[in-house]
Write a protein that binds this ligand. Structure first.
Ligand SMILES: Cc1cc2nc3c(=O)[nH]c(=O)nc-3n(C[C@H](O)[C@H](O)[C@H](O)COP(=O)(O)O)c2cc1C
Length: 208
């Protein structure tokens, strides 16, 4: 499938086959493929909580306005956007900085300078750190959904859930925002995918 086909084929599927699991190795493959997503300074401020256990999916479904796909899909991913993923002591920042030094993009004595840059861009107020975490995790999430399509799986992003309820139920630390859940699985046989909804034309998307 070429990428144009993947773009057209991906849909937010409502009816998953509860009898068909997603192999953990395949899930690992699509998550790693999605890891090729771009991010600010390559800081990759995202994590995922994988929910497979039916008891946990039932708890999640209750917090997601009882959306049936939460328990029907074999896997639901809780996407986590790290609002502190720009701080110099974040492990991802450490790895990014070391990588920059190794590749000659930065000098070893520039760590404090780099810390100042990321603080200035992404940590000056709450809105900046929210935007930093969520824009990057959104790109990662989109890559993950396309990777799912490319690997023969269906997906469904959801932001219809009680954010603080999910945080509490799944012990999500305060540094993370939860931009969305993503259900992953196979289409329930016999279910028809609804026709695609309208999309803006080129002219509608462009503003002067
Ligand atoms: C961030 C995000 C959150 C969404 N949340 C929900 C949701 O909670 N429940 C739902 O049924 N659909 C949800 N959707 C699915 C959209 O309704 C769907 O993507 C849109 O109608 C376009 O359809 P398509 O993805 O099949 O092309 C969400 C989509 C996105 C991107």
């Amino acid at each position: 499938m070429d990428f144009s086909e993947i773009l057209k084929k991906r849909r937010a599927v409502n009816f998953f086959d509860p009898a068909r699991d997603v192999d953990q190795n395949l899930l690992k493959k699509i998550i790693e493929e999605a890891g090729n997503a771009p991010s600010s300074y390559n800081l990759q401020p995202w994590k995922i909580k994988i929910v497979r256990d039916m008891d946990r999916k039932e708890a999640l479904r209750k917090l997601a306005f009882n959306q049936p796909k939460v328990t029907e899909a074999p896997v639901v991913l809780i996407m986590l956007a790290d609002r502190e993923g720009w701080k110099i002591d974040a492990p991802t920042v450490e790895s990014t900085f070391n990588d920059f030094v190794k590749s000659g993009k930065m000098q070893a004595d520039q760590k404090e300078w780099f810390s100042g840059v990321t603080q200035g861009l992404y940590g000056s107020d709450e809105m900046s750190s929210q935007a930093f975490a969520n824009k990057n995790t959104g790109l990662f999430a989109m890559s993950l959904m396309y990777a799912a399509t490319a690997n023969g799986l269906e997906s469904h992003p959801m932001d219809g859930f009680d954010h603080e309820g999910v945080r509490k139920e799944f012990n999500i630390p305060d540094r993370y925002w939860i931009p969305m859940l993503i259900a992953i699985g196979h289409l329930n046989p016999g279910t028809e995918i609804q026709p695609k909804g309208w999309r803006q034309s080129f002219e509608e998307m462009i503003i002067e």
